[in-house]
Write a protein that binds this ligand. Structure first.
Ligand code: HEC
Ligand code: HEC
Length: 162
């Protein structure tokens, strides 16, 4: 009788304890910058941070630019449909490739009517926001830094045609 009572007490205490602890873990402390730098995060931590911080930060930014195209905004928007299969390696297979030389890029800005506004959005909104949420330097053409966050983190480059 006594031991039964104490095990009931023990179980209810465990249940009570596990609720707030579990809740706190699920909501709050996702490991990430600035406490742990992106480069030092494990794959698992990165995946959780992408879900808890990167996707919710980037979703309204993309939707403000094109609500229709980005009405669905999730991992696949950036990582492509095979993102999970490819262990979320970037750049994506599904995002349009960019021209691989400055001259070809300039030509494309002239030939594709939509490109100037896309390129502006990408460099003025997407890159800075990604740099901020990942806490990494953003690529600056005037001061190029090795490994800085730029277009080619997401976009592949077209095979060059010399
Ligand atoms: C706005 C675009 C964007 C969205 C949305 C996004 N990611 Fe990412 N993700 C990236 C970029 C860019 C990188 C590479 C960052 C770097 O290394 O500089 C990355 C990296 C990762 C990595 C690390 C891969 C490695 O090799 O270490 C994982 C894991 C990941 N993403 C998972 C996810 C998951 C899961 C989701 C959805 C919950 C998601 N991402 C949503 C852009 C995005
Ligand atoms: C965080 C990921 C990410 C980064 C960084 C990024 N882009 Fe994008 N970009 C996308 C996504 C997602 C799309 C929409 C899917 C698509 O059109 O392929 C897109 C679309 C575009 C398009 C439209 C393509 C088309 O034919 O409709 C252009 C142009 C473009 N990006 C240029 C750039 C340039 C230039 C940079 C660097 C200054 C850049 N992007 C950086 C994710 C990114």
């Amino acid at each position: 009788m006594r031991s039964q009572l104490s095990s009931v007490l023990l179980i209810s205490t465990l249940v009570l304890l596990s609720i707030p602890v579990g809740g706190r873990l699920a909501r709050g402390k996702t490991v990430g910058p600035p406490e742990v730098a992106w480069k030092d995060m494990t794959f698992k931590q990165r995946k959780a941070y992408m879900k808890a911080a990167v996707t919710p930060t980037m979703k309204p930014i993309f939707q403000a630019f094109d609500a229709k195209k980005f009405s669905t905004f999730n991992c696949a928007t950036c990582h492509g449909n095979d993102g999970a299969d490819r262990k979320y390696k970037m750049p994506s297979n599904d995002i349009h490739a960019l021209p691989s030389t400055p001259a070809a890029f300039q030509a494309k800005l002239k030939s594709e009517a939509t490109w100037p506004k896309w390129a502006e959005f990408m460099s003025q909104k997407v890159e800075p926001a990604m740099g901020k949420v990942l806490d990494v330097p953003v690529f600056d053409p005037k001061k190029p830094v090795e490994g800085a966050f730029g277009c080619i983190k997401c976009h592949k480059l077209e095979a060059s045609t010399p």
